[in-house]
Design a protein around this ligand. Sequence first.
Ligand code: ZN
Length: 166
Amino acid sequence: MDVHTPEQRSHNMTRIRGRDTKPEMLLRRGLHATGLRFRLHGKHLPGRPDLVFPRHSAVVMVHGCFWHGHECPMFRMPATRSEFWAAKIAANRARDLRAFEALRTSDWRVLTVWECAVRGPTRLPLTEVVSSSREFILSDESERVLQGAWGRTHDCEGASDKCAAG
Ligand code: ZN
């Protein structure tokens, strides 16, 4: 028996469809579930960090790999109007750097989470992203960067012949 009115059902479906799978949302929900509380979009802070943890002097910036010009497999310069995109992305990167420096100058600790850490073929297990983020937030480290598994150095010890190509 369906106890929902058509209106309720439609509302529920909208909510389910609208459930946000963006990297920022995944991380946000994960951290919230561990009991950490934060503010969203620190409007008064340089770069408007996605998450702000005032008690821990920590902010989290979630960067889309394309818009923020990450040198990773998720970034591909568009074939058309590439000069326009290159200029736009360079401007974004310059702005990110200024924001980062301004945050550090004001003693904010900065965690940068790249999209490729949370989404796409090189993503890390979400639990790992959440626990590493949480560890940073509760630490006194000044900065940390999380990115996809493509960026991991692997241990070549004892296998140098296989690792010669990098
Ligand atoms: Zn990336």
